[in-house]
Design a protein around this ligand. Structure first.
Ligand code: FE
Ligand code: FE
Ligand code: ZN
Length: 277
């Protein structure tokens, strides 16, 4: 069975999200843990969580993916900004224990002039503070497009981060199709080659989820502009290959395309029609 969902608004809680996901044919979803523009996370609504867990079971939902606000930067040169990022992640992970066993994705960060090595050092430091032996959530590093001084544009950078983290068993990777293509991994013409590289450098066992996005820009643009499935430079046939690839087909897939619910519903339908059981 294809594990598929899309990014949903979390403003009305878990129960609302799962109902929306069911309505559009999904069996998972992604959401921001809090307003990316900053602000406090809401307190956990125990009734909402309870109802969500029930619906999740009844409808055979697969793991859901929480996304950290993309505005945090745990490798900033500014100590205050780093601390804010670490505190945010800690708080998010604490709250996610109410829905145990899911995943939490974050952007490694931007080194803004400090250099890649220093940036990686700071990300490792942050993760070693954030991760806890007892947590049930797997934290995912997202592969990035390499916009500005973003870290996580190469598999080597992701690997260096993982290598420095103590609790490696709590860590995984989320591959974003728009980002890797933008970063210079040619998933359109050589998907097998890209996955082989990933396997040699990081190990495919670390790949826990994928973001499915087409790209508004050509190969290796480093711009990070998502497009609807089939309307960008990646194209439908590559997505068909991705969701059916023996190394990927069992992963959960999350759409982050520029869509409202009806657009997501169409994309989920399309991907389901292309999936071979
Ligand atoms: Fe992201
Ligand atoms: Fe993404
Ligand atoms: Zn993106």
């Amino acid at each position: 069975m294809l594990r598929i969902g899309c990014h949903l608004s979390a403003s009305k809680g878990y129960t609302n999200m799962i109902k929306e996901a069911i309505n559009i044919g999904g069996n998972t979803f992604q959401f921001f843990t809090r307003n990316p523009r900053g602000g406090k996370a809401k307190d956990v609504d125990v009734e909402d969580v309870k109802k969500f867990l029930e619906l999740s079971k009844e409808n055979n939902f697969t793991v859901i993916l929480a996304h950290a606000p993309y505005t945090i930067n745990v490798c900033s040169a500014d100590e205050g900004i780093r601390k804010f990022g670490i505190d945010t992640m800690k708080d998010d992970l604490e709250k996610l224990e109410f829905v145990p066993g899911n995943m939490y994705n974050f952007h490694p960060g931007s080194h803004v002039g400090q250099g890649v090595d220093r940036g990686i050092e700071l990300i490792i430091e942050a993760l070693n503070q954030v991760l806890d032996e007892k947590q049930s959530t797997t934290v995912l590093l997202e592969t990035m497009a390499g916009k500005g001084s973003e870290i996580g544009r190469t598999f080597e950078e992701i690997k260096m981060i993982i290598d420095g983290v103590k609790l490696k068993n709590k860590l995984g990777v989320c591959m974003d199709t728009c980002h890797v293509y933008d970063a210079g991994y040619d998933i359109v013409n050589d998907l097998d080659g890209v996955l082989e590289k990933f396997d040699n450098i990081i190990g495919l066992d670390k790949l826990k989820a994928m973001h499915l996005n087409d790209s508004k820009n050509p190969f290796e643009s480093h711009k990070d502009r998502h497009e609807k499935i089939g309307e960008g430079s990646i194209g439908v046939s590559t997505f068909e290959k991705i969701i059916n690839h023996p190394s990927l087909k069992k992963l959960p897939f999350y759409l982050e395309t520029p869509n409202e619910l009806d657009g997501y519903e169409k994309e989920i339908k399309l991907l389901k029609s292309l999936y071979k059981e």
